[in-house]
Design a protein around this ligand. Structure first.
Ligand SMILES: NC(=O)c1ccc[n+]([C@@H]2O[C@H](COP(=O)([O-])OP(=O)(O)OC[C@H]3O[C@@H](n4cnc5c(N)ncnc54)[C@H](OP(=O)(O)O)[C@@H]3O)[C@@H](O)[C@H]2O)c1
Length: 204
């Protein structure tokens, strides 16, 4: 967090590449931070891309206004906005804006920090489908237009389970049930001083 200024940022990229034992990464994303002007943040991302240290650049947890600013200021395409997205968050605003701008939305925290596993509505959908809760949650995220969906597990068996979601579809009623679970305070990843305000403040 102390490395947002361009000179510190460039040093920190080199340090990370050295730790990763690689000379470049495929994608580098930026969290928003008010303390450093957006033009400097986006300029630094473009600089490391030009230097060949990253292939693509993107943003993470950017509101629609910040995303529009990043797109305007960036020479290279902003390929994605990676945002928290699970059944307890309505992401229609950012998905709509990203779609119009040709930016992919990447969904993280799909399991809502484990909260999906105690939700009776999701348990019902999963039971009727003969699938696990994780599978119906991932299936629903994948169905969002243009979405890239992340999933993390330390268990090889769960990784296989989470990948086996391309052979079934959710009905319109099931999708509506998912949408009905979103709440205004559904956001989980909200670190003080870093959580963006604006359309994201309501979790959208
Ligand atoms: N840009 C950002 O601000 C941001 C913030 C957070 C995360 N991320 C990224 O998002 C990616 C996903 O991470 P996440 O924390 O959001 O993960 P997630 O997919 O929401 O998973 C959260 C937890 O669910 C459990 N889980 C996964 N599959 C399961 C299954 N089939 N059955 C039961 N439990 C299951 C996992 O526990 P086990 O490991 O014990 O199976 C995992 O700890 C990561 O690569 C992370 O770097 C980005």
């Amino acid at each position: 967090m102390e490395n947002y200024r361009p000179d510190a940022f460039l040093r920190s990229i080199d340090e990370s590449l050295s730790k990763l034992r690689t000379d470049h990464v495929d994608l580098l994303l930026h969290w928003p931070r008010d303390a450093v002007p957006l033009v400097e943040q986006i300029g630094a991302l473009n600089m490391v891309r030009k230097a060949g240290k990253v292939r693509h650049i993107g943003v993470s947890n950017f509101t629609t206004a910040l995303m529009a600013g990043a797109i305007r200021l960036s020479e290279a395409p902003i390929v994605t906005n990676q945002v928290e997205y699970h059944p307890h968050l309505d992401r229609s605003v950012v998905i709509g804006a990203a779609g119009e701008a040709g930016v992919a939305v990447t969904a993280y925290h799909g399991m809502a920090d484990g909260r999906v596993f105690t939700d009776p509505v999701l348990a019902g959908i999963a039971a009727r489908r003969g699938r696990s809760v994780a599978q119906v949650v991932l299936r629903r995220l994948i169905r969002q237009k243009g979405a890239v969906v992340l999933s993390k597990t330390v268990s090889p068996a769960r990784a296989a389970e989470n990948l086996a979601v391309f052979d079934f579809a959710l009905s319109r009623q099931e999708m509506a049930a998912f949408h009905g679970l979103a709440t205004a305070d559904g956001r989980i990843v909200s670190p003080p001083g870093l959580a963006p305000t604006g359309d994201d403040a309501t979790g959208r």
